[in-house]
Write a new protein. Structure first.
Length: 281
């Protein structure tokens, strides 16, 4: 058993998702529920447009099948918790960003296996074969969905403790994300430059294209500027830890996690540039 991938990675992801739950309050959902249009626009951007755009890119771009599937994995992943922080920095709708991150994380137990199952048949001769979609869904339920729900319950039941531990927990979850990312890079350190050369431009294309598409998709439906910012960043900042977890647990890592690692390095730079141009709009 590889201790890092079999023990540390799942525990790190579970803690990150628990921390996400700690930051959720029912008032956030109530605020967003009063205007469900913004939520639906964000969900369609992430659930439909993001995987479809990624699939179109890998059908056009000459990538190895393993790298192509890895790109689909990062596209199928929900938004990362850092999207909430950067949405606040961009003067966007933080409540919408938090709600999208939470709902997409809960839905990922269904959406990721479905997107993965459909995409593999379209971009590779390889199929899931003996790999059970139900097994993937169950793994994600215990590692992603359950920790989020536990975090929400913890906050609602023990709010006085939550106030004390929320900031340190978020700091620790950020540190864990960085360590997971470094671990993925170190594991493939001998070939990392070659892999980055293969996937750097393609993840940059997916990242920037989706932020622009999401921004104008939201704008077309008359959402406010704050909501456009939130939806765009939610589509640009993906949960790289989750993509690495699925790539490792289902495919054994290797080439399958390279797009997630390179995307995670790229998305912060592009997001900060994006924020620079839209912050004062």
């Amino acid at each position: 058993m590889n201790f890092i991938t079999d023990v540390v990675l799942p525990l790190a992801l579970a803690f990150i998702m628990f921390t996400l739950g700690l930051g959720l309050s029912f008032s956030d959902f109530i605020k967003v529920a009063k205007n469900p249009k913004n939520l639906l626009i964000g969900l369609t951007s992430q659930l439909i447009f993001l995987p479809v755009v990624a699939l179109i890119i890998v059908k056009i771009w000459p990538l190895q099948p393993e790298l192509a599937i890895g790109l689909i994995l990062i596209a199928a992943a929900p938004g990362g918790v850092t999207s909430n922080i950067l949405t606040s920095f961009a003067k966007g709708d933080v409540a919408l960003s938090i709600s999208l991150t939470a709902i997409m994380s809960l839905l990922s137990v269904i959406s990721v296996p479905i997107v993965l199952g459909i995409s593999m048949g379209l971009i590779s001769d390889k199929t899931l074969g003996s790999i059970s979609l139900t097994g993937i869904a169950l793994s994600m339920f215990f590692i992603v969905t359950l920790p989020v729900l536990l975090g929400v319950i913890f906050r609602a039941s023990l709010s006085y403790i939550t106030k004390k531990i929320e900031k340190p927990a978020k700091l620790l979850s950020t540190l864990l994300f960085v360590l997971v990312l470094i671990g993925a890079i170190v594991a493939e350190r001998e070939n990392i430059i070659e892999y980055f050369a293969q996937t750097g431009l393609v993840v940059l294309l997916l990242n920037t294209l989706m932020m622009v598409i999401a921004f104008y998709w939201a704008k077309a439906f008359g959402t406010g500027t704050a909501q456009q910012k939130a939806i765009s960043l939610e589509c640009g900042l993906q949960n790289g830890t989750l993509a690495i977890f699925v790539g490792t647990s289902v495919f054994g890592g290797g080439l399958y996690i390279i797009p997630a690692a390179t995307y995670s390095l790229t998305m912060y730079l592009t997001s900060l540039i994006f924020i620079y141009f839209i912050k004062n709009r």
